[in-house]
Design a protein around this ligand. Sequence first.
Ligand code: AMP
Length: 271
Amino acid sequence: MRAYSENARREGKRVGFVPTMGALHAGHMSLVDYARSACDALVVSIFVNPLQFDRADDLDGYPRTWQADLDMCAAHGVDVVYYPTADLMYPQGFQTKVSLGPMTQGLCGAHRPGHFDGVTTVVLKLFNAVQPHLAAFGEKDYQQLAVIKRMVRDLDLGVEVMGRPTVREKDGLALSSRNVRLSPQEREEALCLWRGLNQAREMARGGKKKASRLKIAAEAEIKAVASARLEYLEIVAADDLTPLEVLDRPARMAMAVWVGGTRLIDNAPLD
Ligand code: AMP
């Protein structure tokens, strides 16, 4: 992988990179299309990273659609699909991890022990292998995007990290590889996340600035659905993710909700 990138760089090419865990959908492809347009050589990685899973059943049951993924990459002009095995990434004796501070402790970090250490460790390893000029990440995983931007700054990685908007179904559900686990009824009920975010957004647009009022309104949308269980719902500063009581700077509402046995996350700006 590194030889390919070093060669591309020698030829003066701009290397673009989209890291994924496969089960590719239109959300991933929006990142691919963006990076394709901004770069000369385009690498997609497919690696279901065991280090970032906090539950064995989630890792074992993670959807794997290898051939469809390759077809999609080919159709969107991807030059290289990099798919290391877990043994290659974490050989016997592996013991180093990249661990960030407070930004990884709230939101998903508070409920998924070790998750962000797994993310930052694998992304640094992937960056080292792919040596990209630019890497595209989705706002769908907003905390992940903010954490990776922080890591790149803190460790002087020299990669341009580009955040791209969340791609949604027509009715508002954020595309996710985990959506295939929803039953038809749960698929309907999963819209409560989007309804909650919209409720808060409208209140913010209408001038409401108290975070607690917006949170109560959004929570009501989740509580109205019997099969939905709220894991967290927070309003945080858009840049460093500190919790806000008053919307006095660019803010983001982020939530995780269990719908039946599936954990869904979503977020939106409150500007
Ligand atoms: P994953 O395969 O879930 O690890 O996601 C790989 C990349 O795709 C991450 O940067 C995600 O944020 C991004 N992504 C996942 N779902 C979406 C979506 N619905 N819209 C935009 N980007 C997404």
